[in-house]
Design a protein around this ligand. Structure first.
Ligand code: UDP
Length: 328
């Protein structure tokens, strides 16, 4: 299949591109490299470009004979989304509309969308199933939920076929060691913990230890990025086989506290990794755990690396080698 991956040079996108290539697809990556890395795209064709240009999108879809799209290009920092909401509505909603317009004009009707657990906001109960109420507590979550609503209407009105995948906490790195997480600045827990282990940062803060959890720190559901990638492949195949629309959560159904993550990283690295308790980070729900029963049942998705230890050790292998600077 000829697949367009927007945002394919990013952390999750690059793992999806690699998986699609291994599955014998022809992959065209479109990324403006605002946050992605050219060297993260391990094969297929690469186009540096932006979703703000409908004509360029149409040209790509037509000339490359695109049959399906995986759309990840977006801004994804919760904190930034509350300081600069316009950026999030513009990039995540308006640019997404450009993509839909170009697809529609070119007769492409299959879309897999990168969504987030942030659409749920503060959960009423865990594990969170797809029918849990959606009440985002930040602009990032809003922007992803808006786009889900748009896809739903385009399905009704224009016949768009889509799968929206609501990610919980993506972590880890491809076992080849060639690609991994490389944000700048880094805000995510596991890479920060490993940077501290490597002496690349002075401080590691545990954001709050007074939550109503077993050890007082926040609990999250970490999912290996390669398991996320495989779900995108299954979603695309389901659309090819006639699926009309679906929304799925992606997590392991298992929660780990910030303190447990740090402790596991100590075991994996054999290093002390000193951490200090700090204030809560605004907008953090205490516990986020996915129910991924639906995607397991309907698409037969099975995570290969559900263990936190494996997730962290794969990330450690990547960070220890120096990320893209040495793996190039
Ligand atoms: N966290 C932390 N210290 C850090 C970064 C994150 O204690 O330096 C916590 C954060 O408050 C959350 C969890 O780790 O409870 C996961 O945060 P991350 O930013 O990785 O993902 P999020 O859950 O926000 O998507």
């Amino acid at each position: 299949m000829n697949v367009l991956v927007t945002g394919g040079a990013g952390y999750i996108g690059s793992h999806i591109v690699k998986m699609l290539l291994e599955d014998n697809n022809h992959v065209i990556t479109l990324d403006n490299l605002s946050k992605g890395h050219r060297e993260a795209v391990v094969g297929g064709e690469f186009i540096k470009g932006d979703l703000n240009n409908i004509q360029e999108l149409k040209n790509i879809i037509q000339t490359k004979k695109i049959e399906g799209v995986i759309h990840l290009a977006a801004d994804s920092l919760v904190g930034e989304s509350m300081q600069n909401p316009e950026k999030y509505y513009r990039n995540n909603v308006c640019n997404g509309l450009n993509l839909l317009a170009a697809m529609q004009d070119c007769g492409v009707d299959k879309l897999v969308f990168s969504s987030t657990a942030a659409v749920y906001g503060e959960p009423e109960k865990v594990p969170i199933a797809e029918d849990h109420p959606t009440r985002p507590t930040n602009t990032y979550g809003d922007s992803k939920l808006f786009f889900e609503k748009i896809m739903h209407r385009y399905h009704q009105i224009h016949g768009l076929k889509y799968v929206s995948l609501r990610y919980f906490n993506a972590a880890g790195a491809d076992l080849s060691g060639k690609i991994g997480e490389a944000h700048n600045p880094e805000t995510h827990l596991i890479p920060i913990v490993l940077q501290k282990a490597l002496g690349q940062r002075d401080n590691l803060a545990i954001f709050g230890d007074d939550y109503a959890t077993a050890d007082g720190s926040c609990v999250r559901d970490y999912i290996h990025v390669s398991d996320l990638a495989s779900a995108h492949g299954l979603a695309l195949k389901a659309l090819q086989q006639g699926k009309e629309k679906a929304i799925y959560n992606l997590g392991n159904g298992e929660g780990y506290s910030v303190k447990e993550v740090i402790e596991t990283a100590r075991e994996v690295t054999g290093l002390p990794i000193e951490a200090k308790i700090a204030d809560r980070r605004a907008g953090d729900p205490a516990v986020l755990i996915a129910s991924s029963v639906k995607i397991k049942e309907e698409l037969h998705w099975e995570p290969k690396y559900p263990e936190l230890e494996k997730i962290i050790s794969s990330a450690w292998q990547w960070h220890r080698k120096g990320g893209f600077s040495e793996n190039g």
